[in-house]
Ligand binder design. Structure first.
Ligand SMILES: C[C@](O)(CO)[C@H](O)COP(=O)(O)OP(=O)(O)OC[C@H]1O[C@@H](n2ccc(N)nc2=O)[C@H](O)[C@@H]1O
Ligand SMILES: Nc1ncnc2c1ncn2[C@@H]1O[C@H](COP(=O)(O)OP(=O)(O)OP(=O)(O)O)[C@@H](O)[C@H]1O
Length: 288
């Protein structure tokens, strides 16, 4: 029986700016996204009918509440497929962490079923359909690094960071993305990321400039709810990061490193307090 396995990778935000609020409650954003090599393994197999989802992780939904389940249903309906699918998610990405863990599983199921069922839809077509699953899903289908605009679906691929190490540290608390966006007081924002400067630095793989200019306007909102975020950032800098930022709506904080030994040492120190701490490479399309 044909079976497909995909690595569903996490993302970090190199920057996150909010430009406005739409009437449907969503926000217009401008952000630089980069995938990293921390991934869930998603396995899919054809079955006669229905959708069955299992996981090593006890606390993610196994039904319609799971983005991967929704992705399978979307593919069945969109392409008029009458076959079923078994999905297994080996969850390694922390949940509700700001790392697009659910979105990337949804993207992996769409890409996997496109292959399993020989649908032959282009990546662009899948990206367009995937927005119905969440704002981060089109980027997870694109993979690599991109500038994201609109509500996150207008994507321009960019050159990703290379020769960089990322230390990810997630405190033991979950954050609701909707609540964080709701807590943002747009008119009171004093600082925005310099996206153009960061884009140029990405192009030149200039880690120094990137580290010095990391900025996420949602950070202050989450920090106010959970001051621990600020504490992790401070420690990350003490442990020699070239820059440190909260990813997405948080609460994961990451640090950027050129030197693997410094990254490893930061990871070891932080993991004494925070169990969910990892050191990973950036991932770009074309990497093995
Ligand atoms: C914070 C980020 O992860 C940064 O990449 C994304 O902007 C959020 O992406 P996501 O979790 O895939 O978002 P969705 O699942 O579509 O939306 C969750 C909730 O976040 C808020 N939301 C999300 C994206 C956006 N551009 N504006 C918003 O206001 C909405 O209240 C929405 O109900
Ligand atoms: N496959 C999945 N993996 C993880 N969480 C999922 C999944 N499907 C649904 N969820 C639900 O989605 C919620 C958010 O989890 P997720 O890990 O996607 O957050 P996140 O990393 O903050 O995402 P984003 O960065 O896109 O906002 C969780 O409360 C979880 O119950």
């Amino acid at each position: 029986m044909k079976e497909i396995r995909r690595k569903a990778r996490a993302k970090i935000n190199i920057s996150l700016d909010v430009l406005g609020r739409r009437i449907d409650g969503y926000h217009e954003v401008k952000m630089i996204m980069q995938q990293v090599d921390l991934y869930d393994e998603v396995e899919i197999k054809e079955i006669e009918g229905g959708i069955i989802l299992e996981s090593n992780c006890g606390f993610i939904p196994k039904d319609e509440g799971n983005i991967a389940y929704k992705a399978a249903k979307l593919m069945q309906e969109q392409y008029n497929i009458h076959k079923g699918v078994y999905i297994y998610i080996n969850k390694q990405i922390p949940v509700a962490a700001g790392l697009a863990g659910g979105s990337t599983d949804g993207a992996a199921v769409m890409l996997g079923l496109n292959e399993l069922w020989n649908i032959r839809a282009s990546r662009e077509e899948l990206m367009a359909h995937s927005l119905a699953l969440g704002a981060d899903v089109p980027f997870c289908i694109l993979e690599g690094a991109a500038l994201a605009e609109g509500i996150g679906e207008k994507l321009t691929p960019i050159k990703g960071l290379e020769y960089a190490w990322v230390v990810l540290c997630k405190p033991n608390l979950c954050v609701s993305t909707a609540e964080v966006y709701k807590g943002l007081q747009l008119e009171k924002l004093q600082k925005h990321p310099d996206t153009d400067k960061l884009l140029m630095a990405m192009e030149n793989n200039d880690l120094q400039t990137i580290g010095e200019n990391l900025h996420n306007v949602l950070e202050q909102v989450t920090e106010t709810m959970h001051p621990i975020v600020k504490d992790i950032k401070r420690r990350m800098m003490e442990y020699n990061a070239m820059g440190s930022l909260m990813s997405g709506s948080g609460p994961t904080v990451y640090g950027l490193y050129k030197d693997y030994h410094k990254a490893r040492s930061a990871c070891e120190n932080l993991s004494k307090v925070y169990k969910q701490t990892y050191v990973v490479k950036t991932y770009n399309r074309g990497n093995a």
